[in-house]
Design a protein around this ligand. Sequence first.
Ligand code: ADP
Ligand code: MG
Length: 767
Amino acid sequence: MPKVTIDDSLSISLPETLLTELSLGRGAQLDAEIDDKGRIILSKVTPTMARSLPNLSESIRSRNLSTGMQFIKGVGPKMAEAFERLGIRTVEEALYLIPLRYEDRRELRPVARLRPGRTEVFEAVVVSATTSSTRGGRSQYEVIVGDETGTVSLKWFNFNTLWMKKAWHPGRRGIFTGEVNQFGHRREIHHPEVEWIAADDDIEAVMARDPATYGRIVPVYHLSEGLHQKAMRHIMKQVVDSFAGDVESHINEEILTRHHLIPLSEALREAHFPSPEADILQINSGSTAAHHSLVFDEFFYLELGLALKRRGFTLEEGIAFEVNHKYTKPLLKLLPFTLTHAQRRVLSELKEDMMAPFPMHRLIQGDVGSGKTLVALMAALVAVENGYQVAIMAPTEILAEQHFLNIHGWCDALGVKTVLLTSSQKGKERAVLLEQVGDGTAQIVIGTHAVIQEKVEFHRLGLGIIDEQHRFGVLQRGILKRKGENPDILVMTATPIPRTLAMTVFGDLSLSVIDELPPGRTPVETKVYAESRRKQVYGLIRDEVNSGRQAYIICPLVEESEKSELKAAAQVAEELQTGVFPEFRVGLLHGRLRPEEKEAVMASFKANEIHILVATTVIEVGIDVPNATVMVVEHAERFGLSQLHQLRGRVGRGSHQSHCLLIASERLSDDGVKRLRVMEGTTDGFRIAEADLEIRGPGDFLGTRQAGLPEFRVASILRDGRILEEARREAFTLIERDPELKLPEHSRLKGEMVKRWGGRLELAGVA
Ligand code: ADP
Ligand code: MG
């Protein structure tokens, strides 16, 4: 058999003899594929066929990358399982397990110059080894090692004495690695790594044998049971050395150059085993060219999919509403105020979408009290003017009721029929409502998720409005959509979602921001109180109620559980009524009350028959009682900042100065206090949301884990917001130019995008 060679660029040179044998001249068009037995199959092809067939180097690369981890030297079945626990089956998946952090092991240091707080590498000889007890009575194994400059103590708290005695005998020489701690004048290293140097060996040789561990910046990986850093490093070194070269970027050259991105293969090598001249601080903060390139790549495909989704909406046929002002103009006349600039701007964005012949998918973001509901009502009236029905969906019954109360007042005056639909309505009442929805008598239907239940059929749904979207999944958006014939969809959120997060969660929606509050509001004064200063809090409540105002007191739980020290709302209400404020009326509102009871409580509070309302977080969103000026939050440390901001938004709605008092546990850590103090410093919902996101991370921030929120392999939406914006801009521009990714130069890009999105990309004509 003549020998076939593959050069660096993965092209194959066929020897003359083979060419003759195949009766091929030089430069003949050949196509090659690898079959499932690993054989290369060659065939003669015409130029047109050649373009549509996969190319050899690409199939080799992709085959290489799908190599299972068990084929890596040193990975047995046990370890392959450990990798699986990390979600890693193939070498490609391993390549994207980017280190958590890095240790600088470039130089060996003399023992005297070991720096506290750092992971250091040094050569030393064992001086003594003993078992002793810590002051707490735990047993510890202590070894003193040293060189000509000094000594340092090594300690273990979990150890096998026999095993330790065998290894650690005086005179033995080794290379030690570990984080240096300083206790007074003593320096200690706990559970160090060691590489022994045999008597006839020298240190250079030992270090050279393990280039993954010594003389370099060393990666530290996320592990699972059955994996250790050292083994992990060796395996990753092999994977990177053998397979990183097979990873190729499919993003256009032009974009790569514009953003100074390095090839993915090089970026992966650098990210795992940084080159010797790298800056350790830069690497550890994820701000190197390598990280940038990997993150950009990841975001780019995400945004490409979102851009296509968004573009898909504009390809669907939708309702082209006409703005004839039949109801909108009269409503503006009825209002005791004029719209803010921001409201007007957002309203014109909405109208433009609604008039277009494809369905609207728009998100309105606005801080609490910015007047979103009114803008939504205007949009609803445009739909009604055109003979269509509108569905308004809220996450809780109380909020739906609140919307209903607010909206149906205006609508009655205009002669527009609104109904409230919740899951607590039963029997005859429900049947009548469903009939009104079905025959179109009900023009605006307000409710909870009851609105999208199977039995509910609309006569002619033209607009779906979803309030507080992040509590619903993306799924509900889809169901609501199918209740009509491609109705317009408007999503409202009062939680100011940081831009970067919004771009990933709501990336396929157009965004409108109401960034202005109606005039005449005085910012709420916020203060954190320690438990011990509760009297002052009560004093303030008393003053306010005496001058005619009202107060909310929010408690985290409904009933006191034995284990919990949390104040229970019911108990708090009872105590306040009898012990603290016998002269006022104290009310109670919590999630376990029946809807009629809740309604009755809210109505009395609105009428100022209840002066102090003790509540659980059911009132978090949407409740609007302008006369309430005090918001007290018990156990404020238990709440997310964004949630506190929502609660605070319940006051400061009228012209009187309002107060938000956050009562915090005495035992709160400094960090916890610092977190709450963010609330004192700003009333800007976006800044609070950013701080919250930073503290809690995106999964937590959104409450439940959002269906469809992508998991990133390398990127962090906190750290890499700027790169996300760059990637988004490029992706959206590209889709504008080539809306279905049909250009031949985008075929590989499209393939890669479909692969990365898996089944999540339901796109007509793309997947
Ligand atoms: P959001 O839903 O954004 O929290 P709302 O729509 O509930 O805000 O509005 C809060 C309060 O402000 C309501 O009482 C509403 O009637 C009032 N409001 C809305 N727009 C204006 C405006 N332009 N000027 C004055 N008050 C307004
Ligand atoms: Mg609202």
